[in-house]
Ligand binder design. Structure first.
Ligand code: SF4
Length: 275
């Protein structure tokens, strides 16, 4: 393989793409084929993330009353402004009665409603937000990783909460949080940013969950745990760097893959429905 540029830096998405299908990894990161197509679930997730980012961009946020109507107005604005012609619904999901564009729009509303209910106090959001959408570069097991962290909260005792919002159907568990590549990479990045930290807590916020105790899934790592996850990350990096064949791994996830035209094992286009 002549083009080794994909080996310079890594990201959680890169590793995840390789693990789910080496062929897809090759198409995106080696052949560098990109298209604008995206699934409606991803579109909705991005808009929900953007609303929560917008919410905490205001430096006066903890002094103002924020109505749910204003949250909804922002969601609607972003949903309409960013809608484009290449948004699809996976064929296996398409059911005009039960699962359609409106269903996904409504799931986004529910995610924001759940967040609003669980985190406002009389309309005030007083979380100790330090940064939102923080871009980082760090070294994990000798390899350079880049990425963005949804949110970092820091309290006056030096306790740091790393927060990753999730809008997917399957809620993350504590087991997931304790073994997650993404959170481990964030942990390393935050350790570099805050060398004097007291404690770093890693949080998934499952936004589809109504109750706070199910929404907030938290984990902490000790050195042994972190080293174990880093070893697993290194194993995937090793596999990527020694991969020659990039064999297609067909699965249900193919339904949400928009590279069928470039995939060696697909004879047709993705039958997903353009919305
Ligand atoms: S269609 Fe399936 S097998 Fe082909 S690249 Fe996409 S995920 Fe891999």
């Amino acid at each position: 393989m002549k083009n080794k540029s994909y080996k310079k830096t890594y990201s959680y998405s890169k590793l995840n793409s390789y693990k789910s299908c080496p062929q897809k990894f090759k198409i995106i990161y080696i052949d560098k084929i990109r298209n604008q197509n995206e699934g409606i679930e991803a579109f909705m997730g991005k808009r929900v993330h953007e609303v929560l980012e917008w919410l905490y961009l205001d430096p006066e946020i903890n002094k103002k009353f924020i109505s749910f109507d204003s949250i909804m107005a922002k969601y609607n604005e972003l949903w309409n402004d960013k809608w484009h012609d290449s948004i699809f619904m996976a064929k296996c999901k398409f059911d005009k009665t039960f699962y359609n564009k409106k269903t996904l729009y409504d799931i986004g509303v529910d995610c924001l409603g759940n967040y609003y209910r669980n985190f406002n106090l009389n309309g005030i959001f007083n979380q100790n937000v330090y940064k939102i959408e923080l871009g980082f570069q760090c070294t994990v097991g000798g390899n350079v990783f880049r990425g963005f962290i949804d949110r970092i909260d820091v309290d006056d005792k030096g306790f740091i909460d790393v927060i990753d919002y999730k809008t997917g159907k399957k809620s993350k568990t504590i087991y997931n949080a304790k073994n997650d590549f993404q959170l481990a990479i964030y942990y390393k990045a935050v350790m570099d940013l805050f060398p004097d930290f007291q404690k770093i807590r890693l949080n998934f916020y499952n936004l589809r969950e109504k109750k706070k105790d199910k929404m907030v899934i938290q984990a902490e790592y000790d050195e042994k745990k972190l080293n174990k996850i880093i070893k697993n990350i290194n194993d995937v990096v090793y596999d990527i760097n020694h991969e020659e064949d990039f064999i297609a791994k067909e699965s249900l996830l193919c339904e949400w893959c928009y590279y069928w035209d470039d995939c060696e094992v697909k004879a047709s286009q993705n039958p997903a429905i353009r919305l």
